[in-house]
Write a protein that binds this ligand. Structure first.
Ligand code: TMP
Length: 254
C-alpha cells in the first residue's frame, strides 16, 4: 500500500515537473493546464502562518484540503455561485478555470475571533450583530493590510460594480456554508475568499477562485467549540491534520 502511494506520488511529481509553473504560493502551486484558459491547482502539504514566519509540512493536509474545497465549490456551483473548479485530476490536483486574480482577501465573519477580536477588543466567540465583510490587500510584504472601499476604488484594484458583486456573492457563500457546516455540527465562525475576473468577449465578470478549506475558514465544533481549523496550527494546539480530517469525515468526503 505504502509503495503504491509512493509510486503514485512520484508519477504525479513527474507529470508536474513537465508542466510549466504559473505561480507558486505558500500552500498551492498553479501549473499550466491542458487547454488555454485552464490551470492545474495543486494543494501542498506545506502550511504557513504569520506571513510564512511559521512553517511546517503536515502530511496529508493537501489531500484533505483539496477534497473539502472540491466539495464546497461543487456545492456552491449547485446554488448558482460560479467558481473556478472544473474537475478533480488526482487527490491533490484540480483542473480549474484560469482567472485574473483580484488582489483582495475578502473576509466574512459571523462570530468575533482572530484579528477582529484583537482590533476591537471583542471576546473570541461573541456573536456579531450581522455578518461583517472586510477587505485586505493580498500582499505578504505589506502583511495583507486591511483596506477600505475608498482605497480599492482609488487604486483600481476592483471596480465599484465588482465590489458590489463580491459583497453579494460573499453573503450568499456565507448563507450556504453556514447551512452546510451547521448540518454536520460545525459552526462557521469566519472565512476568507478570493475572486478572479474572467473575460468573455468584451465583458468581464467575477467568479470565486482559490480554495475554501480549514486553512481559510474558522470552523468550531458546535457543541464543544473545539477548533477544527488552521488556528490549531497558528496557536500550537496540535492535532491539525486530525481536525481537518474530522471536518472532511463529517462532510462525508473522506
Ligand atoms: P483573521 O481573523 O486573522 O483576520 O482571519 C480571518 C479569516 O481569514 C480566518 O477564517 C482565517 C482566514 N485567513 C486566511 O485565509 N488567510 C490569511 O492570511 C489570514 C490572515 C486569514
Amino acid at each position: 500500500m505504502k509503495a503504491e502511494v509512493e509510486a503514485r506520488r512520484a508519477s504525479q511529481a513527474d507529470d508536474r515537473a513537465r508542466r510549466r509553473t504559473i505561480y507558486e504560493g505558500k500552500a498551492k502551486i498553479l501549473y499550466e493546464g491542458p487547454e488555454p484558459g485552464t490551470l492545474i491547482q495543486h494543494f501542498k502539504d506545506d502550511t504557513t502562518a504569520f506571513d510564512a514566519e511559521k512553517r511546517a509540512v503536515l502530511e496529508g493536509k493537501g489531500v484533505i484540503n483539496s477534497r473539502i474545497s472540491e466539495f464546497v465549490m461543487r456545492r456552491l456551483n449547485a446554488v448558482g455561485v460560479q467558481n473556478h473548479f472544473i474537475e478533480r485530476l488526482s487527490p491533490t490536483e484540480q483542473l480549474i478555470r484560469e482567472v485574473e486574480i483580484i488582489p483582495l482577501e475578502v473576509v466574512c465573519r459571523n462570530i468575533a475571533a482572530g484579528s477582529l477580536s484583537q482590533r476591537f477588543g471583542l471576546p473570541e466567540g461573541q456573536p456579531l450583530p450581522r455578518a461583517l465583510i472586510e477587505f485586505y490587500l493580498k500582499d505578504d510584504r505589506l502583511h495583507d493590510p486591511m483596506v477600505a472601499e475608498e482605497h480599492i476604488a482609488a487604486f483600481d484594484w476592483a471596480s465599484p460594480q465588482e465590489i458590489a458583486d463580491i459583497r453579494a456573492v460573499t453573503l450568499k457563500v456565507n448563507d450556504e456554508l453556514r447551512g452546510v457546516f451547521g448540518a454536520v455540527g460545525i459552526t462557521l465562525v469566519d472565512f476568507k475568499l478570493e475572486f478572479g475576473r474572467v473575460r468573455e468577449g468584451d465583458v468581464s465578470r467575477i467568479i470565486l477562485a482559490d480554495e475554501i478549506s480549514p486553512d481559510s475558514c474558522r470552523l468550531w465544533d458546535s457543541a464543544s467549540r473545539k477548533k477544527l481549523d488552521k488556528d490549531r496550527f497558528r496557536r500550537d494546539l496540535g492535532d491539525v491534520v486530525e481536525s481537518y480530517t474530522e471536518v472532511a469525515r463529517r462532510l462525508g468526503v473522506m
